[in-house]
Design a protein around this ligand. Structure first.
Ligand SMILES: NC(=O)c1ccc[n+]([C@@H]2O[C@H](COP(=O)([O-])OP(=O)(O)OC[C@H]3O[C@@H](n4cnc5c(N)ncnc54)[C@H](O)[C@@H]3O)[C@@H](O)[C@H]2O)c1
Length: 437
C-alpha cells in the first residue's frame, strides 16, 4: 500500500507538539491540534503564532490549525493521514492514548510517537497488531522549525510503506534531514551526544582537580574540534541539569550491559551539588555560567568555579596554535590528552555502536551534524585525523579496537569515506554509495 501524508493530527501542544503543528501548518497541511483542555490548546496556538521564536513564519497559516481536546474531539483524527503523539514522556499515558487512537483513526493512516527515550517495543506492547504495523517513532529536535534532524525509528513490526510515508513527508514537505535509527535507548543523536556530555563532566572534573579551568575545557571542546561555541559546560547550561538528570536515569535503566556509558549515568559530586540546589542552567538564571546585568546596562559574564564553589569573573582563553584544530586530539601534551579523553573517547564510543544503533556510519554522522550542530560527524572526524593513526594510538595504549575501526583495519582500507564523500565504508568492509540527503 502506498501512503501519503497531507494532513496531521498532533496530540499534545507542548514544546514539541506546538513546534510540529506550526511547521506542518506553515507547509500548508491541515492540522488538528488536541490537548488536555481547550484552554491549553489555545495557549499552544498563541505560542505557535507569537512565541519567541514563533513556530509559524506566516501568521495567516494558523488558519490551517483546528483546535480541540483529547477528551471530546479524538474521533476527529479519522480525517487525518498522520497521527503524531507528542504528550508527556510517560509510557502509561502514551499507551492509554494509543489504545484510544486505534479505535478511531482511519484505515491507511500512519501513527508516530515523538518520544525521546521510551522504546517503541514498550509502547506497542499489548496494543493491536494493526497499530504495531502502522507506527514508528518520529523524533524531532527542539526547536522543531530550526533543527534539521528527525530520527525515524521503526519497531520490528513497522511496515516499509509506513517508513516511506514518514520519510517522504518529513524529508520532503517538512524539509527535515531524516536519519534512520534503531529502537535502542536515546536513538543516535542523544546516545552519542549525551555520552559526550555525561562522560565529559566526569573527565573534565578530573582535569579541574589537576588545575585546568572550566573555560579552557569549553574552549577545547568547541571550535578546535568543530563543535558549537557553547563547549561542554555551556551546552549543559543550555539543556539544563534537570533534563540531563532525566536522561542519565533513562540511560541507567536502558543501556545494554557493558556499554561504556554505564559508568557515566550520574553527575560528579560537584555537579550533583548544583543540581540539588536548583542551579540548573540558563532556565534558572545560571548554572556553570551566568550573565549579570550591571547598573550601567553593561553585562558581566561569571563562571561558577566548581573547585572553589563560588562565582568569579569568566576568563577569556586563547589556546596555543597547536591546540586550535582537530589534531589537538593527537597532541602529546596535557591539553591534547584531555581533548582525547573528552572527544577521542566519544569518537571511539560512536565507532563501537554499529550495528546496534544504526546500519551505517552515514546515519551516525548525519545525526551528530544535524542534531548537535557538529561540523563533522564522528567518522568524518576520524577520517580527518587519519583512522590508521588512531588505530596506532589505540594499539600503543593496548586498547581494544571498536567495531568500525576493526572493520576498517580488516578491510585494508585507510578511510571511512572515499571518492570525495560519495562512498562510505559499510559493516561488510566494502564501499557503498552515500544516499542523497
Ligand atoms: N522538549 C524537547 O526537547 C523534546 C525533544 C524531543 C522529544 N521530546 C519528547 O516529546 C514529547 C513531548 O515533550 P514536550 O517537551 O513537548 O513536553 P511538554 O511538557 O512541553 O508538553 C507535553 C504535552 O502533554 C500534555 N499532557 C500533559 N499531561 C497529559 C496527559 N495526562 N495526557 C495527555 N496529554 C498530557 C500537555 O498539556 C502538553 O501539551 C515527550 O515524549 C518528549 O520526551 C521532547
Amino acid at each position: 500500500m502506498s501512503r501519503k501524508i497531507n494532513s496531521v493530527a498532533v496530540l499534545g501542544g507542548g514544546t514539541m507538539g506546538a513546534g510540529i503543528a506550526g511547521l506542518c501548518a506553515e507547509r500548508d497541511c491541515k492540522v488538528l491540534l488536541l490537548d488536555v483542555s481547550l484552554e491549553v490548546a489555545e495557549k499552544a496556538l498563541e505560542r505557535i503564532v507569537g512565541g519567541r521564536p514563533p513556530a509559524l513564519d506566516t501568521p495567516e497559516k494558523a488558519a490551517n490549525i483546528t483546535l480541540g481536546t483529547l477528551e471530546d474531539d479524538l474521533e476527529k483524527i479519522a480525517d487525518y493521514d498522520w497521527i503524531c503523539e507528542a504528550v508527556i514522556e510517560d509510557l502509561a499515558t502514551k499507551q492509554a492514548l494509543f489504545a484510544r487512537i486505534e479505535k478511531v483513526r482511519k484505515v491507511g493512516s500512519v501513527v508516530s510517537s515523538n518520544t525521546s527515550g521510551i522504546p517503541l517495543r514498550d509502547i506497542i506492547e499489548g496494543l493491536p497488531d494493526t497499530l504495531a504495523a502502522d507506527i514508528a517513532i518520529t523524533h524531532f529536535f527542539n526547536p522543531v522549525k530550526v533543527m534539521r534532524l528527525m530520527e525515524l525509528v521503526p519497531s520490528d513490526k513497522t511496515t516499509p510503506d509506513v517508513m516511506e510515508a514518514f520519510s517522504d513527508f518529513c524529508g520532503g514537505t517538512l524539509g527535515k534531514g531524516v536519519v534512520y535509527a534503531k529502537d535502542t535507548v536515546n536513538f543516535i543523536g542523544n546516545r552519542i551526544g549525551c555520552f559526550w556530555m555525561l562522560m565529559g563532566l566526569h573527565r573534565a572534573n578530573v582535569a579541574l582537580n589537576q588545575g585546568v579551568d572550566m573555560e579552557t575545557i569549553d574552549a577545547l571542546m568547541s571550535t578546535p574540534v568543530g563543535l558549537p561555541p557553547t563547549g561542554l559546560y555551556g551546552l549543559v547550561d543550555l539543556i539544563g541539569l534537570d533534563v540531563m538528570d532525566f536522561v542519565g536515569k533513562n540511560l541507567a535503566l536502558n543501556l545494554p550491559k557493558f556499554d561504556l556509558g554505564e559508568g557515566f549515568t550520574d553527575f560528579p559530586a560537584s555537579v550533583q551539588a548544583l543540581f540539588d540546589r536548583g542551579q540548573l542552567g540558563r532556565k534558572t538564571g545560571g548554572g556553570f555560567y551566568r550573565v549579570q546585568k550591571l547598573d550601567d546596562g553593561s553585562k558581566k559574564k561569571e563562571t561558577f568555579d566548581l573547585k572553589s564553589g563560588d562565582w568569579r569573573p569568566t576568563k577569556s582563553i586563547t589556546l596555543k596554535k597547536e591546540h586550535r584544530d582537530l589534531t589537538v586530539l593527537l597532541a602529546d601534551d596535557p591539553l591534547g590528552w584531555l581533548a582525547w579523553d573528552l572527544m577521542g573517547e566519544t569518537l571511539l564510543y560512536a565507532a563501537g555502536l554499529l550495528p546496534q544503533i544504526a546500519d551505517d556510519i552515514v546515519n551516525i554522522d548525519r545525526a551528530m551534524r544535524w542534531g548537535f550542530a557538529w561540523t563533522n560527524g564522528p567518522f568524518q572526524m576520524l577520517d580527518a585525523l587519519g583512522p590508521l593513526k588512531v588505530i596506532e594510538k589505540l594499539e600503543a595504549m593496548e586498547g581494544e579496537l571498536p567495531k568500525m575501526l576493526k572493520v576498517l583495519q580488516d578491510s585494508g582500507e585507510t578511510h571511512f569515506y572515499r571518492n570525495e564523500g560519495a562512498e562510505y565504508l559499510g559493516l561488510d568492509g566494502a564501499y557503498h554509495p552515500v544516499p542523497g540527503e
